[in-house]
Design a protein around this ligand. Structure first.
Ligand code: BGC
Length: 696
């Protein structure tokens, strides 16, 4: 919108045309599909309609969970597979976990990851990918934190919708778990309690964006309850909000097994498909509900229609499928590496990084030599090969001397090196989707225990290892593998550098080497605040059965309490430096265009993540101190200056009031822009008088 004065390169943050290109959900001809589906329904018996309402069996068939379908009628079944870090079917490309991709602050990259995962599902014969997970990280101790993108609503929406548009180039998506699923240990019983304002402003907008802007073709409901009602039979969530407010035209499927809690109640509320098998929705129970008057055949027809509608809209019988060679192809492995490289967050660097090839490097820690791709719950992806950090360093160049010491941290031994890299962190044992021990034993497998973390520190032996290495006369670099915030307070002062590498996917080891040696400049930013200690955050009880949700969590909570975290939301260092300048603001129609100039003031190319937050003054309602409203990741050459434009619609500046809906309050709006949530150096203040906007 704003013409640059010089010939700076212009970049648009979240370019909708780019992000949504090829999303088949956005190209549906609803008028003709409606006619077609009604004609089809007219020819179906009650039994055929009920068959559309559930999955086939507990275990996947050739890797996919089947639902509905009728061969005689030429109706294909749904063939669903997870998700969030790639295709969970046989061997597939294991991408860095979603929180890592959240750290890239790069929706365009996330669109490509979604597209690759969707292509692999399609190539293997599937038609629905059970992803993305877009449950807000209310507390970083949530076991499934790694599956989601962020603690921030706006950021979550941007990343989630990008994944959806990418994946929907090939298959249907199923953002999950609707809604407020953010505690693992009690996920089957707990009630997340929130008033309407909190629901609409904090916990639902990213779902809305995925449905309205991304045309997500299905939604998976959550196990937990919201305000006392199970999500799988929640008429307010499944019907009033999802369908009536947002105009959702897809189908809702339950989370597996315990996601469906009743027959008539669930079907009436808007649960369209019970997964993975008919238990509550088996024929006899549905018949009993019909004859008992709790259920009407018209409701069965309505729900079956939603599934059939998408089957016709997507023409799943004649779906385009890429060749099988796309699975784990070179391009997808490169994409996994690119995502890992862009996800690493440089948290501390006392002139240690980048490393030089002539330095003698000691590598310590069992995780250095372990394939550690994340939890072993439903989002686990198995790739044919996976490069560990040690392998990545060892194969980087034959000029580099890397000695692997395992768990050895003898100071005398370490002092003989120029650098000591400690790889520390968590594994599927300490966090992740919770797979109970009894189930593992019954299945005689080594699946995860996972679950929530009661506190945020590393296991004692990992902290001991870091402390011992730090006692040697050698600078220590710690690479942290984990799916969420880690309390580093007890050791961070003792080490020279720290890089958060999350669970970096099958190409993670190569990404580690390329970032540490400076081929790639680290550019990840934290999508979750890292507190100094657990008690900086809200009370956290992993056995809670009732959890009050309010406007405050993550940085909003820290702001409110006046707490300074160890590392704030949006923080991350680089091997170069950036300067922001000249925030210009224009209005056009119902929106703002913020234009900021970013210069790379260092001597190597790098990426800056410009972040925009809203604060209010003179407001008559309760407000958080700031909330993110936009961001843009920009790659900038050394010495280069670019213009970045961030667009914000008035709709996104509103607050929600029960009974009245979204309201744009007449008061002052402070738009603050910076390179991290704690460094918002540019500001533009505007006043809204109820009709017009004026700059202050
Ligand atoms: C998980 C879902 C997953 C489903 C199917 C459930 O236990 O909560 O996220 O999609 O299993 O694997």
């Amino acid at each position: 919108m704003i013409g640059s004065m010089e010939a700076n390169r212009s970049v648009k943050a979240f370019d909708r045309e780019v992000i949504h290109a090829g999303n088949k959900g956005l190209k549906i001809d609803h008028a003709s599909i409606s006619v077609e589906v009604d004609a089809l329904l007219g020819s179906l018996s009650l039994g055929q309609k009920i068959h559309e309402l559930h999955g086939w069996q507990m275990e996947p068939i050739d890797g996919f969970y089947y639902a509905g379908g009728d061969a005689a009628l030429g109706i294909e079944p749904w063939k669903m597979a997870d998700g969030p870090r790639g295709a969970r079917v046989g061997k597939a490309t294991a991408f860095p976990v979603a929180i890592a991709r959240g750290a890239t602050f790069d929706p365009e990259l996330e669109r490509r990851v979604g597209m690759a995962a969707g292509a692999e599902i399609a190539a293997k014969g599937g038609n629905v990918i059970l992803a993305p997970t877009i449950n807000l990280l209310r507390h970083p101790g949530w076991g499934r934190a790694q599956e989601t993108y962020s603690e921030d609503t706006h950021h979550m929406g941007a990343m989630g919708v990008a994944y959806i548009s990418g994946a929907q180039n090939w298959v249907l998506t199923s953002p999950k778990h609707f809604a407020l699923n953010n505690l693992e240990m009690t996920r089957f019983q707990m009630s997340a309690n929130a008033n309407e304002r909190v629901l609409h402003e904090v916990y639902l907008p990213h779902f809305k964006r995925c449905v309205v802007e991304g045309a997500a073709a299905s939604v998976m409901s959550a196990y937990n309850r919201v305000n006392g009602v199970y999500c799988g039979e929640h008429p307010i969530l499944l019907t009033d909000i999802l369908r009536e407010d947002w105009g959702f035209k897809g189908f809702v499927e339950s989370d597996w097994i315990l996601g469906t809690r009743s027959t008539a109640k669930a079907i009436n509320a808007g649960m369209d498909i019970e997964m993975p098998v008919a238990y509550r929705f088996e024929r006899e129970k549905v018949d009993a509900a019909l004859s008992g008057g709790e259920l009407d055949e018209a409701v069965i027809t309505r729900n079956a229609r939603r599934s059939l509608y998408q089957k016709l809209a997507w023409d799943i019988a004649g779906m385009d499928r890429p060749d099988a060679s796309v699975v784990e192809c070179e391009a997808h492995l490169e994409l996994a590496r690119e995502a890992a490289e862009k996800s690493f967050v440089l948290l501390k660097n006392e002139s240690l990084l980048p490393l030089r090839e002539d330095q003698r490097i000691a590598v310590v820690g069992e995780l250095a030599d372990t394939v550690n791709l994340g939890d072993r719950g439903s989002s686990m992806v198995q790739s044919t090969t996976a490069v560990t950090p040690l392998q990545g360093l060892q194969t980087y160049s034959n000029q580099v001397s890397v000695s692997y010491l395992g768990a050895e941290t003898d100071p005398a031994r370490l002092s003989a090196f120029d650098v000591c890299i400690v790889v520390a962190g968590l594994t599927y044992r300490e966090e992740g989707e919770f797979i109970p021990i009894q189930q593992q034993e019954a299945e005689e497998n080594s699946l995860a225990r996972g679950g929530d973390r009661a506190d945020l520190r590393l296991p004692a032996e990992q902290e001991d290892m870091i402390n011992q290495a730090a006692a040697a006369d050698v600078p220590v670099l710690v690479l942290v593998e984990a799916g969420s915030a880690i309390d580093m307070s007890v050791w961070i002062e003792k080490v020279a550098a720290v890089v958060m590498i999350w669970y970096p996917g099958c190409e993670g080891g190569h990404a580690v080497a390329r970032v540490l040696f400076g081929d790639v400049n680290p550019s990840g930013r934290l999508p979750v605040s890292f507190p100094r200690a657990l008690d900086q955050l809200m009370p956290w009880d992993i056995d809670a059965l009732d959890v009050e949700h309010d406007l405050y969590h993550g940085y909003r909570y820290l702001d409110q309490k006046g707490e300074t975290p160890l590392f704030p939301f949006g923080f991350g260092l680089s091997y170069t430096t950036f300067a922001l300048d000249g925030l210009q603001v224009e209005r056009a129609g119902d929106r703002f265009f913020f234009n900021v100039t970013v210069t790379n003031t260092g001597d190597r190319a790098g990426a800056a993540v410009v972040q925009l937050y809203q604060s209010n003054s003179g407001s008559q309602v309760e407000r958080v101190m700031k909330e993110m409203k936009g961001f843009g990741r920009v790659e900038i050459e050394a010495g280069e200056t670019i213009d970045l434009e961030i667009e914000v619609e008035d709709e996104n500046l509103c607050y929600f009031e029960a009974g009245r809906g979204w309201l744009l309050e007449a008061c002052e709006y402070h738009f603050r822009v910076g390179l991290s949530s704690d460094a918002l150096e540019l500001e533009s203040v505007w006043a809204f008088d109820g009709e017009d906007w004026e700059p202050r």
